[in-house]
Design a protein around this ligand. Structure first.
Ligand SMILES: [Zn+2]
Ligand SMILES: [Zn+2]
Length: 305
């Protein structure tokens, strides 16, 4: 923002103004300018950088869910768009590779095809949605293209982390059910950490905040899963019944089902887990370094709360 020659701070008349606040336009001196890029005054800075109070709160169950939902509502159009974009190929893959049928073989082959698509392609959409939510929590608005770019750039890292966590859980499950259950709780935040904490090992980042809070995190994780899966089961049953009654062809049915699944898990569940992830750092006394965006062009701060 342009600065008038000889301008004085609005609060400190003896101090020269270094910049005008991008949000309220107040002339701000060195003391008042709490954020320099973009310039934000002491009143606006904290509200813009942490508009949901996410980074200044310790972990609490209900606020984590409330903030998670608020982030989803704020990013709803872009999240729905991403869910739709990634649901189309998923439904096509199902149509082409999986024979229709209700028998066990069709269902198990459908799950296998689905996990391969998720592992390689769906993961980009999931990361893009997470990028939108992280940006929103920081008071930034990421474009759809910007979010997609974050997901693409982080692809190798995300695939690697998903492969490792899958392997660990599988390995533990072969030994015993209890260690598998214990380990999967410890690494429950790795899908968040993979993008949010790019400078750390994602599994280790998750373990560092869960350790010492095992049962709390387990309860939180189970509730986050329930928030996605309960409406998913209800909605899918309704879709199945209605589409059967109207004899809708298979493709729209696959598409809508996948869209609902994707939105509820990759947006709603992820958002709640992300809110918990940030808040648990404060509770655990573990430093959460600022998000390092892949794109060199940092998305601008949103000026409205
Ligand atoms: Zn201001
Ligand atoms: Zn001042």
């Amino acid at each position: 923002m342009r600065q008038l020659e000889g301008a004085r701070c609005a609060l400190h008349f003896d101090a020269p103004s270094l910049a005008t606040c991008q949000r309220c336009g107040r002339f701000s001196c060195q003391t008042c300018l709490v954020v320099t890029e973009p310039p934000l005054c002491s009143a606006c800075g904290p509200a813009v950088v942490d508009p949901y109070g996410l980074h200044s709160s310790s972990f609490e169950f209900v606020p984590a869910f409330v903030i998670g939902f608020k982030l989803v509502m704020a990013e709803l159009p872009r999240l729905l768009a991403l869910a739709a974009i990634f649901a189309v190929p998923a439904a096509l893959v199902q149509m082409v590779l999986v024979k229709e049928g209700d028998d066990l073989r069709a269902i198990s082959s459908s799950i296998r095809v689905n996990s391969l698509y998720e592992f390689l392609v769906g993961i980009i959409g999931a990361q893009a949605m997470l990028a939108l939510l992280i940006a929103r929590g920081e008071g930034r608005t990421l474009s759809l293209g910007g979010a997609f770019n974050e997901g693409m750039q982080n692809w190798t890292r995300a695939v690697g982390v998903r492969f490792r966590s899958g392997l660990i859980i599988f390995g533990f499950a072969l030994l015993l059910l209890v260690p598998a259950f214990w380990k999967s709780t410890l690494i429950m935040f790795s899908s968040i950490a993979v993008l949010r904490s790019r400078d750390r090992d994602a599994l280790e980042a998750s373990e560092s905040i869960v350790r010492g809070r095992f049962w709390l995190c387990l309860g939180f994780g189970v509730s986050a899963i329930a928030v996605a899966f309960v409406p998913m089961i209800v909605l899918e049953s309704i879709i199945a019944v209605v589409f059967e009654l109207l004899s809708v062809p298979r493709f729209p049915h696959e598409l809508l089902t996948d869209f609902v699944d994707r939105f509820l898990t990759d947006a709603v569940m992820t958002s709640v887990l992300y809110a918990g992830y940030v808040m648990l750092h404060r509770t655990a006394g573990v430093e959460l370094v600022p998000m390092r965006w892949w794109s060199s062009r940092v998305p601008p701060l949103t000026s409205s709360r």
